[in-house]
Ligand binder design. Structure first.
Ligand code: G3H
Ligand code: 13P
Ligand code: ZN
Length: 340
């Protein structure tokens, strides 16, 4: 089956009360890991690439890898999604290169760092929605801005700044009405990367009650949770046992994500957990077999480790068992849906 637009998967997820992991990729092994996890669990999948991933891989490599993924897995509906598009131009170039869904992240200015204002966010998001829907492509937007503090070196908003940019439910309601988007990313206290929380998060820092409030006001909106890696202790331990230096850190517990799914969360972005799993597996080979130099000998375990994380998330989020139940729609068919 061809690549499908995001909206098809999220509508099915909403009708059947589950969530779908949106998994970031930068290379062939990561795409293979996701596809074999999806095959083994009969899961629909969202594969996403950031701007950084696109420049690392080159759109042509990425497009052909994605086409190989659908050719080899004809029973699995696959979305090819742009993660954190920083401008309409970035979204449009993704669409030209085969993406079936784009995120216009107008919560930040074009530099991808500075929080923008509401009017700017509506303007760019609406511009992308109009152009994308005319081609049957889905659009995710974001209201509120996530923390991006990586390891104390300050990529993005600090923890304090992020708390000031949590999603305002009134504004979320207005934003959906003003833009007509397909999926709404919200800021509830999570951040990108491994260093999210310095202890297991409580409701003080991870505001799941905000999701409940947004869902109460917008019961038909497909909510997206960014920064949703769980940063499992065992993945930190594998890295540190083999020469790594990950400082003790905590992510978003899977049970909190499951609570979100009961309250309208349909897309859950996970990148860091897969990075940790691959890095741990590679470190282990380098550490225990220093004589090894065949890349397949460390990339295969890395791919297997990522596959296990993906399978666990697919099962926990409830997408497992649903691939075969989805009636796929092409972008062309979605043009009529959006016109109606
Ligand atoms: O939003 C963040 C994703 O984890 C992608 O990260 O920009 O380093 O590719 P990246
Ligand atoms: P993590 O860093 O928590 O995996 O979040 C990824 C993400 O939100 C990508 O958009
Ligand atoms: Zn994100």
């Amino acid at each position: 089956m061809p690549l499908v637009p995001l909206r098809v998967l999220l509508d099915h997820a909403a009708e059947n009360d589950y969530g779908v992991a949106a998994l970031n990729v930068n290379n062939m092994e990561q795409i293979q890991a996701i596809m074999s996890a999806a095959q083994e669990t009969d899961s629909p999948v969202i594969i996403q690439a950031s701007r950084g991933a696109r420049s690392y891989t080159n759109d042509a490599y990425l497009r052909h890898l994605m086409l190989a993924a659908v050719e080899l897995n004809p029973t699995i509906p696959v979305v090819m999604h742009l993660d954190h598009g920083n401008s309409p131009a970035t979204c449009f170039s993704a669409i030209e290169n085969g993406f079936t869904s784009v995120m216009m992240d107008g919560s930040l200015s074009e530099d991808g760092k500075t929080p923008s204002d509401y009017e700017y966010n509506v303007k760019v998001t609406k511009q992308v929605v109009e152009a994308a829907h005319a081609q049957g492509i889905s659009v995710e937007g974001e209201i509120g801005a996530l923390g991006g503090i990586e390891d104390g070196h300050g990529a993005g908003l600090s923890e304090e700044e992020a708390q000031e940019h949590l999603t305002d439910p009134d504004q979320a309601e207005q934003f959906v009405a003003d833009t007509g988007l397909d999926a709404l990313a919200v800021a509830i206290g999570t951040s990108h990367g491994a260093y999210k929380f310095s202890r297991k998060p409580t409701g003080e820092v991870l505001k799941m009650d905000l999701i409940e409030e947004i869902h109460r006001r917008l019961p038909n909106a497909h909510i997206v949770m960014h920064g949703s890696s769980s940063v499992p202790q065992e993945l930190q331990d594998v890295i540190n046992a083999h020469g790594g230096a990950i400082k003790q850190t905590y992510g978003v517990p899977v049970e909190e994500i499951q609570r979100g799914i009961q309250n309208g969360v349909r897309k859950i972005n996970v990148d860091t957990d897969n990075r940790l799993a691959m890095t741990g597996a590679i470190r282990k080979v380098f550490h225990t077999k220093p004589e090894e130099f065949d890349p397949r000998k460390y990339l295969s375990p890395a791919r297997d480790a990522m596959k296990e994380v993906c399978k666990a998330r697919m099962i926990a989020f409830g997408q497992a068992g649903n691939a075969g139940k989805i009636k796929p729609k092409t972008c062309k068919e979605m043009v009529a849906f959006y016109k109606a």
